[in-house]
Design a binder for this molecule. Structure first.
Ligand SMILES: C[S@@+](CC[C@H](N)C(=O)[O-])C[C@H]1O[C@@H](n2cnc3c(N)ncnc32)[C@H](O)[C@@H]1O
Length: 256
């Protein structure tokens, strides 16, 4: 699909969904007058992150006192099935991130309530649900549908049927989803941010999500090297964060 066709298809997809009009307005501003916002402070944050980054394994041991090796063997069948589902999916989205970090954050907090932004195939959702289902807990997820690719129906495609009773998926932009999620449940044990990567989008969501994280809960944000929003958020709130390097990108994680 050419770039113009993709933009047009996305635009038509938005027009068909009045509940997404507020996000359409924000997207137009983001991609015109606010373009620089995506990379604001990127260089500063990349050197800050590089100086302090550790591996996923080290972070799980240091923060949660847990070894991470059992995850791959305990869930090898579930993970194999998910890999196959991803291959069979007609719409292409991003692959798995640091699944162990999410899973062991849930184990460490004995999580019953988790909130995440950004689902795509649902790899991060799968990681949380594998832990949450042991305690009959609930994952609340927010994701904008993939309007350009008719991808709405494939959001969360790798999540198996048997885990769906522990899952509530809100198909709106975060600015609409999060208030709806907080109205259903106000305090969370773990949060995972992986959606709107702009500086302003992160700052708004980090503040909102942080207020709803319990003391002792775990805050995780993906791709913190895109701009300085995560670093600035931590500095503003005097938060000592751990930075994980994973496949050439940085993830921020701390215990509240
Ligand atoms: C990197 S992917 C998420 C990957 C997922 N966490 C995983 O582990 O497989 C980012 C997702 O965020 C969604 N997204 C982007 N901007 C958003 C917004 N403002 N509100 C809600 N979702 C958004 C996209 O639709 C996309 O599915």
């Amino acid at each position: 699909m050419s770039e113009i066709a993709r933009v047009l298809k996305t635009f038509i997809g938005y027009l068909k969904r009045p509940d997404l009009y507020p996000e359409l307005g924000r997207k137009i501003i983001k991609n015109t007058v606010n373009r620089g916002n995506a990379f604001k402070g990127k260089d500063k944050t990349n050197s800050w992150a590089a100086e302090r980054s550790v591996s996923q394994k080290e972070s799980i041991l240091k923060l949660f006192g847990l070894e991470m090796d059992a995850f791959r063997s305990d869930y090898s069948d579930a993970l194999k099935t998910a890999v196959q589902r991803e291959k069979d999916c007609p719409v292409k989205m991003g692959g798995p991130g640091a699944l162990e970090l999410i899973y062991y954050a849930c184990e460490f907090t004995n999580a019953k309530h988790v909130v995440e932004t950004g689902v795509a195939y649902g790899w991060s959702s799968l990681a949380s649900l594998l832990s949450l289902s042991k305690r009959n807990g609930t994952l609340y997820s927010s994701d904008m549908p993939y309007l350009a690719q008719d991808g709405d129906q494939y959001v969360g495609y790798v999540v198996p049927e048997n885990l769906k009773s522990n899952w509530k998926l809100f198909r709106f932009a975060d600015k609409e989803s999060l208030p709806k999620i907080f109205a259903e449940n106000s305090v969370f044990d773990v949060l995972h941010y992986d959606s709107d990567k702009s500086y302003n989008g992160r700052m708004w969501a980090y503040d909102e999500l942080y207020k709803h994280l319990r003391k002792g809960g775990v805050f995780i944000s993906d791709d913190i090297g895109d701009n300085s929003a995560y670093q600035d958020f931590c500095e503003k709130n005097n938060i000592e964060t751990t930075v994980v390097e994973y496949e050439g990108k940085y993830i921020g994680v701390f215990i509240k």
